[in-house]
Write a protein that binds this ligand. Structure first.
Ligand code: AMP
Length: 307
């Protein structure tokens, strides 16, 4: 089992009602890779600039993430995102996006990255996502995107979605992409573009799974300490696809497996939001993950009265 991710590798400056951080390590590929590293072997593909140093690489390699395909662009600056959250932390307000080294990025995949069984196309320009999909031999591919690309490059995004198996989007973005206000209809209409699995992420309210066979939903954990939701979507995707890669290599691909993957996605997202940037996931243990899976099981279980 192995998983390749392409996506932003970033410095993020973030303000939430609970504090502020300047230029912390972030990006869709980074949050995804750290979460997925608890389940499978992960390789990151993407460019960084001169401002990206050994300390940043160490955050990934300490979790066993393979960084050989992170390309250092001489004289360049790493992708930069600045945003803030008001009291409704489900909505990220973007204050600045500097593509920097991503502006001229031409993805190069090593033989190992090409041959990984699973591919995740994290949130970046959809033509780059298509380029990587074309170069990869993965038997299963997931994709995430955002409102920016739906608004500015919708045709490329629709083409990219036609080439993958699993689409993970925020519920509002799924509605925006398909023009369907009803979530179930929006998911059906997204499936007609190609993917057989649609995951609608709903921030603190959890996530919904649509497949050809049916529907499943998982709530968010009612956490009392949420400090920074940046990267929650990518951590969800990392837990979801990381678990799926592990399960697929054991021959499990059915809806029961997808439901368990939903639980792992939710668990990883719930840890991510407890602290700024990558801080919480960096100190996370497998024992904590196992305990929180049980919390989710308890939260979603009920019995009929016995009499
Ligand atoms: P999310 O999981 O949706 O909260 O994604 C958060 C990450 O997305 C942050 O770490 C940002 O660096 C990254 N990001 C924000 N805007 C963009 C963009 N336009 N392209 C790629 N990555 C982005």
């Amino acid at each position: 089992m192995s998983l390749t991710v392409v996506g932003s590798i970033a410095f993020d400056s973030v303000r939430t009602p609970f504090g502020e951080r300047e230029r912390m390590l972030g990006g869709s590929a980074v949050h995804f890779a750290l979460a997925a590293s608890f389940f499978t072997e992960v390789r990151v593909v993407g460019p960084v600039g001169d401002d990206f140093g050994d300390d940043e690489i160490a955050v990934l390699s300490e979790r066993g993430v393979i960084t050989d395909d992170i390309e250092h662009v001489e004289g360049g600056q790493t992708f930069f995102w600045q945003g803030h959250y008001e009291h409704d932390m489900n909505i990220a307000h973007t204050d600045d996006t500097q593509l920097n080294v991503f502006a001229d990025f031409e993805p190069k995949l090593s033989a190992e990255s090409r041959e990984a069984e699973m591919l995740f196309l994290g949130n970046i320009q959809p033509d780059l996502q298509r380029d990587v999909r074309a170069k990869s031999a993965a038997s299963y591919a997931g994709l995430d995107s955002m409102n920016l690309w739906i608004e500015t490059t919708k045709n490329s995004l629709v083409a990219a979605i036609g080439e993958i198996d699993c689409l993970l989007l925020n519920d509002a973005e799924l509605r925006m992409l398909t023009g369907e206000p009803n979530l179930a209809r929006a998911a059906r209409s997204a499936m007609e573009l190609g993917p057989s699995v649609i995951v609608a992420k709903r921030g603190e309210y959890g996530a919904a799974l649509f497949t050809e066979e049916g529907f499943f939903a998982i709530p968010g954990l009612p956490l009392e300490d949420v400090r920074d939701p940046t990267g929650a979507g990518d951590s969800f995707a990392g837990g979801f696809l990381g678990y799926l890669d592990e399960a697929r290599s054991a021959g499990r691909t059915d809806d029961v497996t997808l439901r368990i993957a939903m639980a792992y996605g939710s668990v990883m997202a719930s840890f991510n939001v407890e602290d700024f940037g990558t801080e919480r996931v960096r100190r996370l243990t497998e024992g904590e993950i196992a305990d929180r899976v049980l919390d989710f099981k308890r939260l979603t279980h009920f019995d009929e009265p016995s009499n």
